[in-house]
Design a protein around this ligand. Structure first.
Ligand code: CS2
Ligand code: MG
Length: 403
């Protein structure tokens, strides 16, 4: 028995907001879990502080599966991003503790390495096609084997996924949501042109990816996938919202472009039909938002039966704690596909010192016992929480888009 003595939530904003759970055990060994839910951070912080931590004290930190089931089934109110992010944070922290006790990097407890390194993709973006391709070239010069291309859409003032000027891209950009204008027609014309030029200039070898951020209807997504077929994408991501999983049948009928979805999923039930009917190729559920390592392994095992590979979300709103957890998972899971990498700001890296590293297109979680990430609480204290939201989209006639 390794008794949980105390637990607390640390909210900090080193360049962006992060919520971190720290669980401490009897022997002074502690574990960390990422509980950041972009734009709704304090809801998870309260869920943990007010409703989860009181139930954890005194429990055996080693009983990871039992605590997962207790928090999931015991709450009566199952699933949902707030609940599942909170459970994820507890799960990550408990795996961190168990691996520290074992004196092993977490991936060893997950079955050991299935590969030498974790292939990551980065984000190249620019206002114009030329700027985006130039950005991609710079990443490829640093060894990246896979690059996501997002470009400004001619005729639209701003495009989600594209930085303003030379700033580092951070999607949560205002304390009341920015409202952007969206035109499907303009977008659908611009993307094939970007990939035609991208493939021509960047060559046949590099993996090219694209994220639609749920902005199309199924038939439009089918058309876009078909238009992009000549450019051999690694994946087309979030082509439509997946509230209706059956919608992917229509896309699948029309294109052989590989499909990825799931960064907003929080449960295996969000994935079930998509996976079982082989409507997707990559599942993007993450450790931080989909119930932790325990639940993500279950999702991956289901996906493995149907040739669906993993492609964990790894934007900057997932803290270095979640990044480390993802890398341990990626290194060990048999049906790994790719891992997203969006570099954190220097301030974020300083608050969360970590053992993971990048080299020539691959990442590795390192050999520190546990997750291999710490939190510098004094540094964290210097950055108070700042409310920040993701932008909202409206169509050119001023209406909210309704799909
Ligand atoms: C994007 C993210 O990284 C991605 O694939 O979709 O920018 C995402 O929108 C944010 O992480 C949302 O919090
Ligand atoms: Mg995405």
């Amino acid at each position: 028995m390794l008794k949980i003595e105390s637990a607390k939530v640390i909210v900090t904003c080193p360049a962006r907001n992060f919520v971190t759970l720290k669980i401490e055990t009897k022997d002074g060994i502690y574990g960390l879990g990422d509980a950041t839910l972009n734009g709704r951070e304090l809801a998870v912080a309260s869920y943990l502080t007010d409703h989860v931590i009181p139930c954890l004290i005194g429990r055996d930190a080693h009983r990871i599966e039992d605590i997962w089931q207790y928090l999931y089934r015991g709450a009566y109110w199952r699933r949902g991003p707030v609940t599942m992010s909170a459970i994820a944070a507890v799960d990550m922290a408990l795996w961190d503790i168990k691996a520290k006790v074992a004196g092993l990097p977490l991936y060893q407890l997950l079955g050991g390495t299935s590969r030498d390194g974790v292939m990551v993709y980065c984000h190249a973006n620019g206002k114009t096609i030329e700027e985006t391709i130039e950005d991609a070239r710079q990443f490829m010069a640093k060894g990246f084997k896979a690059v996501r291309l997002q470009s400004g859409v001619p005729g639209l003032k701003s495009t989600y996924g594209v930085s303003k000027g030379k700033q580092r891209y951070e999607p949560a950009d205002a304390d009341i949501p920015t409202e952007n204008l969206w035109s499907t027609e303009k977008y659908m014309r611009s993307v094939p042109a970007l990939f035609e030029e991208g493939r021509k200039q960047l060559g046949a070898e590099v993996h090219l990816l694209h994220d639609v951020h749920h902005r199309l209807t199924p038939i439009e997504a089918g058309r876009l996938g078909k238009d992009l077929e000549p450019y051999r994408l690694f994946w087309l991501e979030d082509a439509v919202a997946a509230d209706n999983q059956a919608a992917f049948r229509l896309i699948r009928q029309h294109t052989t472009t590989p499909l990825a979805v799931g960064e907003v999923f929080n449960s295996i039930w969000d994935c079930k039909q998509l996976v079982e009917e082989q409507l997707i190729d990559y599942i993007r559920a993450t450790v931080a938002h989909a119930g932790g390592i325990t639940h993500l392994r279950r999702i991956a095992a289901l996906a493995d039966l149907y040739n669906v590979r993993t492609g964990c979300h790894g934007a900057t709103d997932l803290s270095p704690v979640a990044m480390a957890a993802a890398l341990h998972f990626d290194l060990s899971v048999p049906n790994f596909g790719i891992q997203e990498l969006m570099r954190h700001a220097a301030e974020s890296d300083a608050v969360f010192p970590h053992a993971y590293s990048y080299s020539e297109g691959y990442m590795h979680p390192g050999e520190e016992p546990g997750l291999g990430v710490d939190i510098d609480e004094k540094a964290a204290d210097m950055y108070p929480y700042k409310r920040a939201y993701l932008p909202v989209n409206r169509l050119e006639d001023g209406s909210m888009y309704n799909w």
